[in-house]
Write a protein that binds this ligand. Structure first.
Ligand code: ADP
Length: 518
């Protein structure tokens, strides 16, 4: 069973598949090339055979005479050549190996009767069988017709025949004219193809032996090359395996080859970096949450214990319970805010974006904030156009402006100013909330959008803020596809500038200047 599994693992591996693909490719290539070569060689050999027969045909025309033999009173074939000339002798001998001469009705001619040779049909041709008279008659007729309309060379009939042993011959047949050039005679010459076939077969065998060898060699090479190419991938996988929640600082070293694998490693490292950052944020968040919850819980416990052990009257008990209730309120406030924020960030809070007039929304809120502003002795003013159209979720928009306004009033000392303005720009609506308060030191600016982040030390009412307000603001701006900028000078004031896409302008990009929401 385990052996079976390990075989399956190998066959599923990329290395195996690459090798198979490699081998398959080479197999097809080799077979294709071999087939092409074989076809080419076959044609070449065939052409050579035809050329040889053409040459012999020309020789036939030079050496053959068909004349009437006065003593036998029949048309006979005579071969006129110099038997002492080796070339002539050789060519006529070659012709005589496979040949046939008949009259136009298919009767085999006699010839050179005085030399002892009788029928003009070589033993090999005889063995193959003399062409049937009907075929000869038809061919002669075709050739004669052809000669009447077409210039030489005359009509040629190419066929392939086999002797009784199965040996193949290429046959070239046609007509030659006899004495006085009027009677056509049928002549067929043969060329043994056995040698050509042998060459072809040898070639095929060589390929049959060579291809598997080359394939085995190619596969070994492919296996080795695929292994080498995949080595860095394995290294990446092993490094990735070593990375866990507790050692996210591990990075895979790049090979500086500038190739796809380096790109993969780089992408992987970047992903781990992001993961590390989110892990860090999560850890920070849990620490913050437990810290935030511990303070009111400790306070409640303290108050109740004091009341239990030291309270002497109902009033004392009542006071302790009242204080405890206040802390419980704060606890539930934190829990509610966290729940809402996590819902928002996990996408469960769906925005109901509708076209609305931003000026109206801001005007209502500024009116509501006049009372706390007056109480804090802060002058709250607004500069609003009559119309500023946006596509937004009213509840979230109000939450955003409320958070900014309450911060501005909270962090502005008595006698200070808070100004809110709305402007309609070509493709966005701009809201500016500006105060002349204590400002935010520049080193804290990048963190103010983080959850639970409060600029330490100088909070006017240390118990009030949860450090979650700006996280909400940042999320709301992001969810509307807008951007928020903060500009602050310590001791002089702070200005938050928010740009929301105007109604009808599609935007899904969001940008924040400070740190993105955790
Ligand atoms: P909180 O609920 O505590 O106000 P926020 O997330 O709204 O939390 O703000 C984070 C911190 O940013 C605040 O604790 C405060 O120190 C600082 N801050 C926010 N707005 C202002 C402002 N207008 N002026 C000065 N400091 C501000």
């Amino acid at each position: 069973m385990p052996r079976k599994r390990s075989i399956r693992r190998i066959t599923r591996g990329l290395r195996f598949r690459l090798t198979v693909a490699f081998a398959l490719f080479f197999a097809l290539l080799f077979i294709g090339v071999a087939a092409l070569f074989r076809a080419r060689l076959k044609k070449e050999l065939n052409d050579q055979a035809r050329a040889t027969l053409d040459q012999r045909w020309a020789a036939v025309k030079g050496y053959l005479r068909i004349e009437r033999n006065p003593s036998t009173n029949r048309e006979e074939a005579y071969w006129y050549f110099d038997a002492t000339d080796t070339d002539e002798n050789w060519i006529v001998t070659s012709i005589h190996q496979v040949y046939l001469i008949t009259d136009q009705n298919g009767n085999v001619l006699w010839g050179d009767t005085e030399k002892g040779e009788v029928l003009q049909c070589s033993p090999i041709y005889h063995d193959m069988g003399v062409d049937p008279p009907a075929l000869i008659r038809d061919r002669v007729r075709q050739a004669v017709e052809w000669a009447q309309h077409q210039p030489p060379p005359g009509k040629v009939f190419w066929t392939e025949r086999r002797d009784s042993q199965g040996a193949p011959y290429l046959i070239r047949a046609g007509i030659v004219l006899g004495e006085f050039k009027h009677d056509p005679y049928y002549v067929a010459l043969g060329f043994p193809l056995a040698e050509n076939r042998k060459i072809l077969a040898q070639f095929t065998w060589i390929y049959i032996i060579v291809i598997p060898g080359a394939l085995i060699l190619g596969s070994v090479l492919g296996w080795f090359m695929a292994g080498r190419a995949l080595m860095p991938v394995l290294a990446v996988a092993q490094a990735a395996q070593r990375i866990s929640g507790s050692n996210l600082s591990l990075r895979i070293p790049t090979r500086r080859a500038g190739d796809e694998l380096d790109y993969l490693i780089l992408t992987f490292n970047r992903m781990i970096e992001r993961l590390e950052a989110s892990f860090q944020q999560m850890r920070q968040f849990s620490t913050d949450v437990s810290h935030e919850l511990r303070t009111p819980i400790t306070a409640i416990r303290g108050q109740l214990e004091v009341a239990l052990f030291t309270a002497k009257s109902t009033d004392h008990y009542r006071e302790a319970m009242f204080n405890a209730l206040q802390d419980i309120d704060r606890l539930s406030q934190i829990v509610r805010a966290l729940l809402l924020l996590s819902q928002a960030e996990s996408g469960q809070l769906v925005l109901q974006k509708l076209p609305l007039n931003l000026s109206d929304v801001v005007r209502d809120l500024v009116e509501q904030f006049q009372i706390p502003a007056d109480a804090a002795n802060v002058r709250l003013a607004a500069d609003l156009p009559t119309e500023c159209a946006v596509q937004a979720d009213r509840v979230q928009l109000e939450r955003m402006i409320t958070n900014l306004l309450s911060n501005a009033i909270k962090f502005t000392p008595e006698g200070g100013n808070v100004n809110v303005s709305v402007r309609s720009l070509p493709d966005c609506a701009e809201i500016v909330v500006e105060d002349s308060g204590r400002g935010i030191p520049s080193e804290h600016l990048p963190h103010i959008f983080e959850r639970f982040y409060r600029v330490p030390g100088t909070a006017p009412h240390p118990d009030e803020g949860l450090g979650l307000g700006l996280s909400f603001v940042a999320w709301i701006v992001k969810a509307h596809g807008g951007r928020i900028d903060v500009d602050s000078t310590s001791g002089k004031g702070t200005r938050f500038t928010i740009k929301l896409p105007a109604a009808g302008v599609a935007s899904d990009a969001a940008e924040l200047t400070g740190q993105p929401v955790a």
